[in-house]
Design a protein around this ligand. Structure first.
Ligand code: PLP
Length: 413
């Protein structure tokens, strides 16, 4: 008892930023280049550090906290579910995951959902779905997954093989085979590559990690046509761009192209770990009992949080806010880019998924650090882009305040 209570007290003891930074450097596998700030609380579109300073949050946990931090509806749903049933296993039925599947089916017009715990896992499920779909159709030779240059689909071996970028793949060979990459946006190359050995084309409608690159709707339409003609599944990775971020409940609805399956994660449970594969009728029966699974997939607490998020999103038209305020963010970034032409270049994005080019890539991280000192949280992506993926509930005034702070940071540089 003594040991337990002292261990618990040690875990909860107040700690300064310096103490935590040192502990992290000594005890944590150093896979992240963390910025020197200790966030202890979040409220709406603001984060609060250990010294009580408040920051405008343009990162939202990397496109995760769609309804901002500590949203009362999500908090209440988590607390109620945690007090009722935290975990039972996929050996049994539970209420939240079944209801969440029904909500995703209704909103997407697709047929069925499979739950896992992250975006990477959702893409693993999609890759397995595509191969098993071909296999069950009697085309076991259709195994290749075609992905896009610049894509990011995750860090496990399948998702990593689907991420044709040496930055992520280097040193991890051998990667699984059966992946080929083509230029994002190049229809002729897609036409020449999608063939009798192709199981699926996997594409982000808006590339996130490459530095915010939206697809041309005509390109996605051409992929849809080619996949239909050649008996190939078209899968959209909406892990970052989905769930209202670009102004529609699903990103594919913005582009007017319906995929055979969609992967989701990040924003779904507003901060709790969850991933989902949502599959259309064509491939909905391709995974059968025993084909795939995960212990925590469909976790009741995560699914209850997701249900609360989706209910608020629909009730308050959160995607509409993302569209309107995202346009303000885009304009503000264009104004900033015009004011600092030596530092900033092209502004790209849709809704609350915006990026601005940093002309000297080495300065991207320095801008992020200077911004933090002005109490605005932004992030660099793709090596040469400042990325803005704030909570979807952010107001135009909060955007302007964040940009004012960013401008102060730029002025100091
Ligand atoms: C488009 C996309 N797919 C997949 C992933 C991987 O998701 P996770 O980090 O939850 O595994 C990410 C993460 O950034 C992403 O942006």
């Amino acid at each position: 008892m003594e040991t337990l209570s002292s261990a618990t007290t040690a875990g909860l003891a107040p700690a300064s930023t310096e103490q935590i930074v040192e502990l992290d450097r000594n005890c944590v596998v150093q896979t992240y280049r963390r910025l020197p700030v200790l966030f202890v609380r979040g409220e709406g579109c603001e984060l609060v550090d250990a010294e009580g300073r408040r920051y405008v949050d343009f990162v939202a946990g990397i496109a995760v906290c769609a309804l901002g931090h500590a949203h009362p509806a999500v908090t209440a749903a988590i607390a109620a579910q945690a007090a009722t049933l935290v975990h039972a296993s996929n050996l049994y039925y539970t209420v939240p995951s079944t209801q969440l599947a029904a909500q995703l089916v209704r909103r997407s017009g697709l047929a069925r959902a499979f739950f896992c715990n992250s975006g990477t896992e959702a893409n693993e499920a999609a890759i397995k779905l595509a191969r098993k779909h071909a296999y069950r159709k009697g085309e076991p030779g259709r195994t290749t997954i075609i992905t896009m240059q610049g894509a990011f689909h995750g860090r496990t071996f399948g998702a990593l093989a689907a991420t044709p970028n040496p930055k992520y793949q280097e040193g991890f060979a051998p990667l699984p085979g059966g992946f080929a990459s083509i230029e994002f946006g190049n229809v002729a190359q897609a036409r020449a590559t999608i063939g009798a050995d192709t199981a699926a084309v996997l594409v982000e409608p808006v590339q996130g990690e490459s530095g915010i690159h939206p697809a041309d709707p005509a390109y996605l339409g051409a992929l849809r046509e080619l996949c239909d003609q050649r008996g190939v599944l078209l899968i959209f990775d909406e892990v970052q761009c989905g769930l209202g971020r670009i102004g529609t409940p699903f990103a594919f609805q913005h582009f007017g192209v319906v995929p055979d399956a969609v992967t989701l994660a990040k924003g779904l449970a507003n901060g709790l770990p969850i991933g989902a594969l949502v599959v259309g009728e064509k491939a909905a029966q391709s995974l059968q009992p025993g084909d795939h699974g995960t212990t925590f997939g469909g976790n009741p607490v995560a699914c209850a949080a997701a249900l609360a998020h989706l209910a608020v999103s629909e009730r308050d038209d959160v995607p509409g806010n993302a569209r309107r305020v995202g346009a303000v963010l885009h304009e503000e970034l264009e104004r900033l880019a015009a004011a600092y032409p030596a530092l900033l270049g092209e502004v790209r994005g849709i809704g609350m998924m915006q990026g601005v080019q940093v002309k000297e890539p080495a300065k991207a991280r320095a801008i992020v650090e200077a911004a933090l000192e002005e109490r605005v949280v932004a992030n660099d992506a793709g090596g040469n882009t400042l990325r803005f993926v704030p909570p979807l509930i952010m107001t135009a005034e909060q955007v302007r305040e964040g940009i004012r702070r960013l401008e102060r940071a730029l002025a100091r540089m």
